[in-house]
Design a protein around this ligand. Structure first.
Ligand code: HEM
Length: 338
């Protein structure tokens, strides 16, 4: 899809969303969607719109005063999106159910359906393998796994266009170490600069600034503060990713944050874009793999620049606020390299 624009400016959002969405789809349904499939296009559009709406002031207000403002427009829109997504997912699951062959497992849905049938046959009570859990597992994976990875990649390409000397070094390292063949996950350890750049993109982009709200399961005293059982707690990842006592230049794009004096990659404890603890991002290892493979592939094949007439300095890094922080609407040129 990048190729189609022939080096002319375009918005990177749609192709990246479709690509990452198809990874989740392959895992969940066992197949990819065509990029021109109207149902797929709508599912991706709705997932992105919902993530944006969840971060809106209206929904924050609703979360605080649910009884007072249940009528607000964004909540109605969100509920309609959920309803339509459930309808689509049900249709896709029905199709898989009708073609289910227990000896050929195509994806997560097949595995779930096989287990569901088995538990029903054995009359297991209160099993989590029920229709409702299946539908919500699928919709949650789709929502959590599409926008996050695509948004990080969009930040990555925008930062490469803004800082061409960093892009030069990534491309130089890749040419030197892997040449023109496609990178595999095992190449990461031999590409310390590229690895550092990907980590720095995630740190600065800070795409899930407030993680996901949690509730205390019992009374706790934390750093001298008493927090009652059942209190909603927001772990502010921004406070760690931009911590002035942890990072040399917390507000600047600086891949050296992850490099030692010899240019070797090193991990930092304050790198927590996936949060931490028991409810740490379930897709962390998948996301890391996707980011590395997509980023190296896209950098190997294209050079990213601002549109004609726009300088690198003018590329705006102000985020658009939603539940996740994505770059403000922008266009880039992707010029074919090889
Ligand atoms: C760059 C990409 C990603 C980032 C930055 C990210 C970040 C996060 C964060 C901060 C949380 C909240 C953790 C908490 O509650 O404290 C989370 C939860 C979650 N993420 Fe991701 N995520 C990414 C990609 C993915 C992918 C690809 C998947 C798909 C499998 C995924 C699935 C989930 C799920 C299911 C949860 C909820 C886990 C739970 O509540 O136990 N994420 N993610």
């Amino acid at each position: 899809m990048f190729e189609d624009h022939k080096g002319k400016p375009f918005d990177t959002a749609r192709p990246l969303n479709y690509a990452t969405s198809n990874i989740i789809s392959s895992i969940v349904y066992g197949s990819r969607f065509e990029y021109n499939d109207p149902r797929f296009k709508e599912m991706v559009r709705r997932a992105n719109q919902s993530i944006c709406i969840v971060g809106s002031a209206q929904i924050q207000l609703y979360n605080m005063f649910p009884r007072l403002v249940s009528w607000i427009k964004n909540r109605q829109l969100l509920l309609r999106n959920v309803e339509m997504t459930i309808r689509d997912v049900k249709a896709l699951v029905k199709n898989l159910k009708e073609t289910l062959n227990p000896s050929v497992c195509r994806g997560l849905v097949d595995r779930f359906l096989i287990r569901k049938e088995k538990e029903e046959d054995s009359c297991v009570k209160d099993t989590p393998y029920n229709e409702k859990n299946l539908i919500f597992t699928i919709t949650n994976l789709f929502a959590a796994g599409t926008d996050t990875t695509a948004t990080t990649l969009r930040w990555g390409l925008l930062l490469m266009a803004k800082y061409p000397h960093v892009q030069d070094q990534v491309q130089e390292e890749m040419s030197r170490v892997i040449g023109s063949r496609q990178a595999g996950v095992d190449d990461r350890k031999n590409l310390p600069y590229t690895d550092a750049v990907i980590h720095e993109i995630q740190r600065l982009a800070n795409i899930v600034p407030m993680a996901i709200p949690h509730k205390t399961s019992r009374d706790v005293t934390f750093q001298g503060y008493f927090i009652k059982e059942g209190t909603t707690v927001l772990p502010l990842l921004t406070s760690v990713l931009y911590d002035e006592s942890e990072w040399e230049t917390p507000h600047t794009f600086n891949p050296s944050h992850f490099l030692d004096k010899e240019g070797n990659f090193f991990r930092r404890d304050a790198f927590m874009p996936f949060s931490a603890g028991r409810r740490v991002c379930l897709g962390e290892s998948l996301a890391k793999m996707e980011l590395f493979l997509f980023f190296t592939f896209l950098l190997q094949r294209f050079r990213y620049t601002p549109p004609p007439g726009v300088t690198e300095d003018e590329l705006d890094l102000t985020p658009a606020v939603g539940f996740t922080l994505s770059p403000s609407p922008h266009e880039l040129c992707a010029v074919r390299r090889q």
